[in-house]
Design a protein around this ligand. Structure first.
Ligand SMILES: *Cc1c(COP(=O)(O)O)cnc(C)c1O
Length: 813
């Protein structure tokens, strides 16, 4: 239908009239968006049902990717792309007087995630569907996604993200498939026919209502499902007799408390505080998701011992770890299995991805909270722990210390990572370095016990969203040069290497980059009224704000550049535009203070005529998927400067590489693998190596104050944080930053790596002067970025972890 422009126009106009009673002239951009979405939904409806039917008939093994976050962004453009209708619809709309890009702006981002972890889940769904795997997402339909960030007077202000306000054209509510989830109550233990029986009583139940979002694969129509659960009160008003004075208010309270479970996403990247609501959310996802998975499995009519052959439950970090005890509970209490059989089934069904090495981000829950909220689940965790510790003591007699360190329950805390490793058949890290550090350090005793479980799966990004959709001009140039095979086989991008010395090709690469920079410049002009020079180096650091990601090092270096330009005003400079985008968790004061600093520096620099043509600094508010799609294609330099050993993988680094930016970075996360492919010539490395960082932590020997006293550039910028001058309006404003570096000895080695960073930035200036050579490096980066397509990552998960095969084009079934 959408492959023919004229047909599309006719159908579209009819749809507008029949649904909204409007002619094309009367329609608003919002109407056009809604109608396009509705048309697509109707168009794929049959294929969606057929995909599910095919999986069922063929008894395909199905993967369920459980994640508390899916940072999807917008769907309209990507759905049109994957359906092969993007061009037709763009042209057809143009005939009707509409610009598709403008229509795409009507769609609110589905911001159901914080950052990398949630975006990974979204990229994986796109790859699963595009490759024809039977793989679905299972998450929460938060009423409010990640907060919207406004910058007011240089400070971050958080606003609620009411993304569902105008409805969601992509979702389908499946009221008939709702599921009961129980909290609180107590467990009655009794004996029946010589078997111990556990009966949960006095619990509170709520409804989990699924909202299904179709995940449309690229090319052959293959539509998987992202099932998002919404919490609803299970008390029906008609059944609740309005007795007594307070019953009406009790009813309202009850409803509110049930609905609060899926009300909002926790705006924290790592290190969740022990919040009861967060624990409720996790169990809600696990229990509803699992019950629905099992309901589908049971329709196959197979014995439960077959479950691991037909179902893979994957948990994205430890947030959904409760699937392990929950599956045990269902198998034992509701399906009558004994412990050993239940354990066998469970631990062959669940696999786990670890996302962090940082101690404070490893989830722990207070025993009392788990025991009260989930009494039966807690009993099961206790039993898993008891058996595990018993086994450990047999294996390591005399090592009580080791046993308590490895236990699932230690003192008054439940350690979710330990439970996740124990209850899974596969544990993977997300980049080679990260996996090695897991095995050699954080999870070492577990690795020694279960070496066969540990494996690496380096993260990836979907090249459909991050290259084809975000950078259509580059995508076309690639297809003109090497054909279109790369779209289905992203490794083929390697063939671009043969163009790295082709002047005409390099010329086009530069022209496309400049076009993207102009587009971003127009956006900045419109949002902030600041003119940026498209011929300056666009140097970009966009990601969540975290001390370990070291936005601080970047901005301190900008302050140094400012000082240097002031000192030597007549010196020639290579013009630079530093672009930042970052949200800070609302309670993370240091991070918020760094945002303020970036904004203060931006004001000072941008309003100083001496900086004209030399230096500009911008903070773009509300970093999100749709903003990333505007910024990344325009970048010349990608800042990936985390303290070595701290960034598990990073995926922003891959998006920039795929769009031809050159990376300035540390040997951290997937940067290491980028460097293996690119070599020193095509990447700008600096800074401590992860072993050196580990050694400093272990043996000491680093004094930030020494560096401060030794390097006058550093002393000057640090002092400028505290004393009157261009950057400091009142004394305490940046005190926390100053103290984190000088009083708390710079946990993330900002000062230690500063000199190397500054030197490397100077080398970038020189490299950029040779435009041809820069473009050539850019081509090498693009060529190797195919390796980081999430298609490759998903193929490895499918082969090594899930043991699933590609279903391929759907046959008539
Ligand atoms: C890719 C992405 C991230 C992750 O970026 P990193 O640089 O890997 O931390 C975070 N937020 C958004 C919106 C993204 O698209």
């Amino acid at each position: 239908m959408f492959n023919n422009k004229e047909l599309f126009k006719t159908v579209f106009k009819e749809k507008l009239v029949s649904c909204l009673g409007k002619s094309i002239e009367e329609a608003s951009p919002g109407d056009v968006y809604k109608m396009l979405g509705t048309l697509i939904r109707e168009f794929i409806g049959r294929e969606w049902a057929e995909t599910n039917q095919a999986y069922k008939v063929q008894q395909e093994k199905q993967v369920y990717y459980f994640s508390m976050e899916f940072l999807i962004g917008r769907l309209l453009g990507n759905n049109l792309l994957n359906l092969g209708m993007l061009e037709t619809v763009r042209d057809g709309l143009l005939d009707l007087g509409w610009n598709l890009e403008e229509i795409e702006e009507q769609e609110p981002d589905a911001g159901l995630g914080n950052g990398g972890l949630g975006r990974l889940a979204a990229c994986f769904l796109d790859s699963l569907a595009s490759l024809g795997y039977a793989g679905h997402g299972c998450g929460i339909r938060y009423k409010y996604g990640l907060f919207e960030q406004k910058i007011v007077d240089g400070h971050q202000v958080e606003l609620p993200d009411d993304w569902l306000q105008k409805g969601n054209v992509w979702e389908e509510c499946r009221e008939d498939k709702r599921i009961e989830v129980c909290f609180w109550g107590r467990v009655e233990v009794s004996e029946e026919n010589g078997r111990t029986v556990f009966n949960s009583v006095d619990y509170e139940k709520i409804w989990a209502v699924p909202y299904d979002v179709p995940i449309i694969g690229y090319g052959d129509l293959h539509v998987n499902t992202l099932r998002l659960w919404s919490a609803e009160s299970a008390v029906e008003p008609s059944k609740m007799r309005m007795e007594g004075q307070n019953s009406y208010y009790k009813f309202l309270d009850y409803t509110r408390s049930a609905e609060s479970i899926s009300e909002f996403l926790y705006p924290d990247d790592s290190g969740y505080e022990g919040k009861l609501l967060r624990l409720k959310q996790q169990y809600f996802l696990c229990s509803a998701g699992l019950q629905s998975v099992l309901r589908t499995f049971e329709k196959l009519g197979l014995p439960y011992l077959e479950l691991p052959h037909k179902v893979a439950v994957h948990i994205n970090d430890t947030h959904p770890t409760l699937v392990i005890p929950e599956l045990m509970r269902i198998l034992i209490d509701e399906r009558g299995f004994g412990w050993d059989e239940a354990w066998e089934i469970t631990s062959r069904t669940v696999s786990y991805t670890n996302h962090t090495l940082m101690g404070e981000a490893l989830e722990k829950w207070p025993v009392n909270m788990v025991r009260e909220l989930l009494p039966r689940v807690y009993m099961i965790i206790e039993e898993i722990n008891k058996r595990f510790c018993g086994m450990l003591l047999e294996r390591y007699p005399e090592r009580q210390d080791l046993v308590s360190r490895m236990a699932i329950i230690e003192g008054d805390q439940v350690k979710m990572a330990h439970l996740a490793i124990l209850g899974s058949y596969s544990v993977n890290g997300v980049a080679q370095l990260h996996t090695e550090l897991l095995k050699s350090d954080v999870m070492k005793p577990f690795y020694e016990l279960y070496p066969e479980r540990f494996n690496n799966k380096t993260n990836g990004i979907t090249h459909r969203r991050w290259l084809m959709h975000a950078n259509p001009k580059l995508s076309h140039l690639i297809s003109e040069s090497i054909g279109t095979d790369w779209i289905k086989h992203p490794h083929q991008l390697l063939r671009l290497e043969s163009f790295k010395n082709d002047p005409a090709f390099l010329d086009q690469i530069m022209r496309i980059k400049r076009g993207n920079k102009l587009r971003l410049a127009a956006y900045i002009q419109q949002k902030q009224g600041i003119a940026v020079d498209p011929d300056s180096i666009f140097d970009v650091q966009v990601k969540r704000l975290h001390a370990y990601k070291r936005q601080l090092m970047n901005i301190l270096h900008v302050m140094h550049l400012y000082n240097d330009i002031k000192d030597h005003p007549s010196q020639e400079r290579v013009p630079r535009t530093f672009i930042f985008g970052a949200k800070a968790a609302p309670g993370y004061y240091l991070a918020k203070s760094i945002i303020k600093l970036i904004n203060v520096v931006a004001d000072v620099v941008n309003s100083d005529p001496q900086m004209d043509g030399k230096l500009k600094v911008l903070f773009l508010e509300n970093y999100s998927v749709s903003l990333a799609e505007k910024i990344i294609p325009a970048a010349n330099v990608s800042e990936q400067i985390s303290t070595a050993g701290k960034e598990a993988s990073g995926t922003g680094n891959m998006k920039f590489m795929m769009n031809g930016a050159l990376t300035i970075g540390t040997l951290d996360g997937a940067n290491v693998e980028m460097h293996d492919m690119l070599g020193d010539e095509n990447m700008f490395l600096f800074g401590l190596r992860s072993e050196e960082v580990v050694n400093y932590y272990k043996y000491g020997g680093y004094l930030a104050r020494e560096v401060y006293n030794r390097d006058p550039r550093i002393k000057r910028v640090m002092d400028q944080l505290m004393s009157p001058g261009p950057f400091c309006c009142h004394e305490r404003e940046f005190g926390m930053i100053y103290q984190s570096i000088l009083d708390h000895n710079d946990e993330f080695f900002v000062l230690r790596d500063f000199a190397g960073y500054a030197e490397t930035q100077a080398a970038i200036d020189q490299a950029y002067l040779n435009a041809q050579s820069w473009a050539s490096k850019s081509v090498v980066n693009i060529a190797h970025a195919g390796h980081f397509s999430s298609d490759c990552t998903i193929n490895r998960y499918a082969r090594d972890i899930w043991h699933i095969r590609r279903v391929g084009p759907l046959l008539e079934v």
